[in-house]
Design a protein around this ligand. Sequence first.
Ligand SMILES: [Cu+2]
Length: 155
Amino acid sequence: MKVAFYERIWMWAATAIIVLFLGAIFVTAAAQAVQPPGHIETIDPAAVLSHPEFGTPVVTTRPDGSVVVPVVAGMFSFTPDPIEVPANVRVTFRLTSPDIIHGFQVVGTNANAMAIPGYVTQFSVTFPKPGEYTIACNEYCGLLHHNMVGKLVVK
Ligand SMILES: [Cu+2]
């Protein structure tokens, strides 16, 4: 089979791009800890607002000093808001949604996850720098998606 010269160039270019993209996935997964949360916990989305943890979500401190933050991401706000956590302490976020999929991104950090109805998304992060951070929804969730922001205060 004879493959034309330019076709061969494009085949190698396409192969190189695929290898490059796969390499980027492996590098970010291995070196920068960009991974899906390895935690499966279900919750009835219709019962989120009457749930003992998510009905009135409050920041709690564990005996070891780490902090747990349950967050309800619903159209079009985050609860609690603002969220106050200490700096240099392990903070475990537990997210869920009573309606549709929302994003939870602490802007300027690598805290970024999805709030999925029916599931509790859990991840832990430490904030070394005190300050005020914006929490943004980065999954388009409706007409007021652009207003869906919250505040994280690291003290
Ligand atoms: Cu949104």
